[in-house]
Design a protein around this ligand. Structure first.
Ligand code: B1M
Length: 222
């Protein structure tokens, strides 16, 4: 099998949610020296985009979306240590969670992996995280950054609810708020009063580092 054939097969098997085949192809791809980024960006993510497109057209339903998501999650576990390979000391702490009402976590988990790879310590609160849980986590861990993920237009308003909860607890100024997720835009992030937005996991790392550097510089004595 050529690398191109493997990527095509991985795409096809992810699309139909064939978990065992996706796992095997992921291992085979790595053994063939296909990098984890190639497997991710040239097969796994495009397959899930196609799953979403088919769901929108009414060709796929929730069960198909679920098994494709599970197949992708299995591959992500194999790729995690490779994507997150770092010997560096922690450059900051990030608390991450998918907002209340939302169970999507593949995108959040990928952001976590990239953050870990960049040297951040990541505390993952999981999915369906209520505002008070985010507040408690900020109190407990004093993170540099808190990240909210939302993947549904109906759950995006939870960003504002979370930010309001942080403000009410007197914690809003102590932490950088970043938001992201498939339907989120820079404009929406601005409207809700987030400090940063990123469209994907790599951009999230770049933005997080920028925001952190800016905050640390501002804290230095003049
Ligand atoms: Co759902 N789903 N889903 N789903 N699902 C979407 C999101 C949808 C776009 C599909 C579609 O219609 N085209 C649509 C949302 C439409 C909308 O609101 N605009 C949708 C829907 C409607 C639903 C349900 C309502 C369906 C139903 O029940 N009728 C339901 C909702 C359940 C709920 O949450 N309450 C539902 C359920 C599910 C499953 C459980 C079956 C499954 C989730 C499995 C899981 O996550 N464990 C699922 C899946 C798999 C999808 C699609 C197909 C794939 C999502 C994914 O993993 N993408 C998705 C279609 C799509 O996105 N094209 C869809 C790959 C991932 C790597 O990308 O998630 O965008 P993404 O993450 C990126 C960026 O967003 C960014 O970086 C990530 C990595 O690069 N990012 C950040 C994420 N968080 C960030 C945070 C940051 C910065 C960047 O800073 C803090």
């Amino acid at each position: 099998m050529t690398p191109q054939e493997l990527l095509k097969q991985l795409y096809d098997d992810t699309l139909v949610g064939n978990g065992p085949a996706v796992l095997e192809l992921t291992h085979t791809g790595l053994a063939m020296n296909l990098g984890p980024e190639a497997l991710l960006y040239e097969a796994l993510i495009p397959a899930l985009e196609e799953v979403g497109a088919r769901f929108e057209r009414g060709d796929f339903f929730v069960p198909e979306m679920l098994i494709a998501g599970k197949a992708m999650a299995g591959a992500l576990e194999v790729l995690r240590p490779l994507l997150a390979e770092t010997g560096a000391e922690s450059i900051g702490t990030v608390v991450m969670g998918t907002v209340k009402g939302d169970v999507h976590d593949i995108g959040k988990n990928l952001v976590n992996i990239m953050f870990e790879g960049a040297g951040f310590q990541v505390i993952d609160l999981g999915v369906q995280v209520a505002p008070e849980k985010f507040v408690d986590a900020v109190r407990e861990h004093s993170p540099d950054i808190i990240g909210f993920s939302a993947f549904l237009t109906t759950t995006m308003p939870m960003f504002k609810a979370n930010i309001n909860a942080l403000a009410k607890a007197g914690l809003r100024d102590q932490v950088i708020v970043m938001v992201g997720g498939a339907p989120v835009t820079q404009e929406y992030a601005d409207v809700v009063g987030a400090d940063g937005y990123a469209a994907d996991a790599s951009a999230a790392v770049v933005r997080a580092k920028e925001l952190l550097q800016r905050r640390r510089r501002a804290a230095l004595p003049a």
